[in-house]
Design a protein around this ligand. Sequence first.
Ligand code: NAG
Ligand code: NAG
Ligand code: NAG
Ligand code: NAG
Ligand code: NAG
Length: 542
Amino acid sequence: MFEVQKMQQQLFVLLLLLPLRQVLSKDVQECQLLQHSNYICREIESFKQLNERVQSNWQSVRIVNEHRGIENDATTPLPKLAELRSLDLSDSKGLTLSENGFRDFEALEQLNITYCQLDKLQAKHLQGIVQLRNLDASFNDIQEISRNAMEQLPNLVYANLSNNLIASVELHAFKDLKHLQFLDMTTNEQGNVTIGDCPSLLYLSISNNNVRDFAWCHLRGLPKLRELHLHSNWLEVLDTALFETLPELRVLNVSNNNIYAVSPELFTGASGEQGAPLLLLDYSSNNVRVLPDLVFSRLNRLETLNLWSNQLSEIGSKAFVGLKALRSLRLQGNKISRLPDNVFANLNNLERLDLSRNTIREIGSMVFGETLFRRLTQLDLSVNSIEVLHPLAFASLPFLQSLKLKSNKLTHLDVRMFAPLRRLQVLTLSENWLPEIESDVLTLFEQLLSLEINNNRLTFLPALNATLSQLRRISVEGNPWQCACLDELTSWLDTRKVAYANAPNAYFSGQKPLCVVTPVAHCIRDLVAVRAHSIIESYDKI
Ligand SMILES: *[C@@H]1O[C@H](CO)[C@@H](O)[C@H](O)[C@H]1NC(C)=O
Ligand SMILES: *[C@@H]1O[C@H](CO)[C@@H](O)[C@H](O)[C@H]1NC(C)=O
Ligand SMILES: *[C@@H]1O[C@H](CO)[C@@H](O)[C@H](O)[C@H]1NC(C)=O
Ligand SMILES: *[C@@H]1O[C@H](CO)[C@@H](O)[C@H](O)[C@H]1NC(C)=O
Ligand SMILES: *[C@@H]1O[C@H](CO)[C@@H](O)[C@H](O)[C@H]1NC(C)=O
């Protein structure tokens, strides 16, 4: 009896102590060494308090406050702070700056003031930190950028001002920052691009702002710019002669605007004998309807071209001429119904081509031209309306590893079409109207790892025996299989350890029939006989 009471008492005391200890530890100031000379300090409420803690061998400090922000209330100099190279206030729960700003941090090279609830970057606050190279001021409420403030940071290389409320940037605000290379102003409120001169800038993002009026000349002060991100604005037109203003541009992202055209004149301007330097062009999620002939002909170094989710319905047969270095072409999610002969001819460095989610009805024999595509391994034609695949359509693509034809209207597979595709590893033919896949087609797929033939009109497959020797995965559901044939198929798959149940799935969970019981006990492998037994029709009625 006595023992139990004592235990209860102990427990009670423990329970009382626990929350108390937590409360206490939260507000305890402490600094810990993280690694080398990097420290983390907790519950520091002022620069003065920080100054009392910093030791002479410290290089970098990260402040983590649980409740209160940090302020600089000091009126006297704080000499210890002059030792620090890096200051991270991103977890300080807010920063309040007085006249002196960061003045005492004379040696500071990196300053992280994200999430500090700042609404201004003022010159007086930035005075004295002339060594600063990296400034991350993202996720604040800064509304404007003045030249007067920025010129306090003559050695800045990297400035991240993203996720603020910047609506106005004073012209030439960054002009005196001779070393500035990266400037990120993504997710702000700028309506115009008014950056002016910034002689060393390599990377600029004004994505996700409100830019409407835009012309290349607004970027005339950025002769070295290599990457320009302008996605998610309200751009409608891009004027001509891009390279006249930006002769070094390698990456241009204008995705997710309202641009309704691409014109060949866009890519003109002073580009040397080697042609335009652009490597990546992202024009996705715009309203482009037409790709005229020779539109990209100057972009002979372009490697990536994204045109997905536009309104493209017309593609000139010479639209892609000149794209000698192109490796990835994405045209999915447009309204392309017709591919002219030779439209992809001579794109012989292509590695992947995505044409899914269009309304293509036919792939003719000459779409890829006659020269071999030695690098093209991925072709996606799924979710179109393809009824006709010319037997020679893929004749120049013997290196394909993945061919996706899911969700089309195919009723027949021609052995001549697949004969060159000896390296196929992934083939999706699901959601078509195939009543049969012939034995001579299946025997071609010696490298195939994954085959999707679900949701067709298949009632049987030819005897598989030694075919498909590499197969690891198949999907078969949603076909009017004769039960005898499906039994044979699944026992073959089981012996070969091929996975075939796609989970979760109405067919495999028993909500829909997997097969049709026929009057005969064996698998009928003859389309005429299958028709005579009306197997497909009886499946449709279920
Ligand atoms: C600044 O701090 C934030 C939050 O801790 C972090 O995500 C970001 O990467 C830091 N910025 C730099 C330039 O290190
Ligand atoms: C700027 O900061 C944002 C948010 O942390 C980050 O996503 C972005 O990559 C940074 N920009 C650059 C150029 O480093
Ligand atoms: C952008 O600048 C143009 C002049 O280049 C001016 O007419 C227009 O009003 C400006 N728009 C905004 C939103 O400031
Ligand atoms: C271009 O911007 C879009 C946002 O609209 C983004 O999803 C995409 O990754 C960017 N492209 C590149 C190549 O950075
Ligand atoms: C396939 O195997 C079956 C026995 O499992 C045999 O009857 C048939 O002749 C074989 N077919 C071929 C084409 O080898």
